[in-house]
Write a protein that binds this ligand. Structure first.
Ligand code: FAD
Length: 280
């Protein structure tokens, strides 16, 4: 992580595009965002290995920017031997950080694999590659959808931090207090590593609503109502979204959040509008 990084400590997440045109566009997005001197980029991964090859390719292309680029890696549905190969390939290719996740089983797919939870994946990475990789894991301020309750989820979260993660990145959320509450609970269980809020820009209400249902992130009623009232007016949605998310980010930073990780959805403009509104 560079010594000239952005004073706010920002990082940006991409997904591997399906098409060559998408990959070319991502190079421009990467360059626009690299100019803001992020701490790192990350590239998502499809559960069950579906986009493993694409993730690797995009990690290489994004990493050509000179900014440390972390592949996401999920363990569900994979065997240890496959994961070991992938870790060794990444190490050979100069990758020095990973986002380690359990992932979700694609419906209709067979076996769960040898590692059932992210804490087991973190242990496995440490066993196989020692301290080579900086490891980030996922955190859920509004509780992971499958967890019995938030306290149980924080216990499980603490387990994976103790297994050797260097930091956590949260699922996105729109209520700052959910983040502060989660951090307090994790600290009470002895977690000392940084917990970076994951930030989702608001650009498209329908997509956001669908995605939020699936991953258990709550869109507060007042935000939903306001977005619904704009109908198809994408400019109004973007302006309101920028305002709401910028204020959320500022509150998080003012309250001590150790940085911000942006879910870019491979677009630079919505994220940059937010970053430009923030003060150190
Ligand atoms: P875990 O930490 O393993 O937790 C999963 C559930 O099991 C939770 O309910 C937890 O409370 C419970 N649990 C955990 N450990 C134990 C244990 N030892 N015993 C019993 N119960 C336990 N998905 C992708 O497919 N690709 C991606 O690239 C991707 N990137 C992501 C990036 C971030 C920052 C985040 C927050 C999520 C991302 N996801 C991604 C989604 C993620 O894979 C899903 O949310 C998945 O359901 C959980 O993964 P996890 O690593 O948080 O799981």
């Amino acid at each position: 992580m560079s010594s000239h990084e952005h004073p706010l400590g920002i990082s940006f997440e991409f997904f591997p595009p399906n098409t060559d045109a998408g990959r070319e566009k991502l190079i421009h997005v990467r360059d626009e965002l690299a100019a803001r001197k992020p701490r790192f980029f990350s590239v998502t991964y499809g559960a069950g290995g579906s986009t493993q090859a694409r993730t690797r390719q995009v990690v290489r292309e994004v990493g050509e920017s000179g900014i440390s680029t972390a592949p996401h890696l999920s363990c569900i549905g994979s065997e240890k031997a496959q994961l070991r190969d992938l870790l060794l390939q990444y190490r050979e290719e100069g990758v020095d950080s990973l986002v380690a996740l359990r992932g979700d089983m694609p419906s209709g797919m067979g076996s769960i694999g040898e590692l059932r939870y992210a804490n087991e994946l973190v242990e496995f990475i440490r066993e196989e590659t020692g301290d080579h990789f900086d490891i980030a894991v996922g955190a859920y301020p509004e509780s992971h959808p499958q967890a019995a309750n938030l306290d149980k989820d924080v216990e499980n979260f603490a387990r994976k931090m103790k297994a050797g993660a260097n930091m956590a990145i949260t699922q996105y959320f729109f209520t700052a207090d959910a983040y502060f509450n989660f951090v307090d609970k994790a600290r009470a269980l002895g977690v000392e590593q940084p917990i970076i809020p994951g930030i989702m820009p608001i650009t498209n209400y329908t997509k956001l609503a669908r995605f939020s249902d699936a991953c258990g992130a709550e869109i507060p009623r007042w935000i939903r109502k306001q977005l619904e009232s704009y109908g198809d007016d994408s400019e109004a949605i973007a302006a309101f979204g920028t305002d709401v998310v910028s204020r959320l980010c500022q509150r998080l930073l003012d309250g001590g959040a150790p940085g911000l990780h942006f879910y870019t959805l491979n677009q630079a403009a919505p994220v940059l509008k937010i970053v430009d509104n923030l003060t150190d």
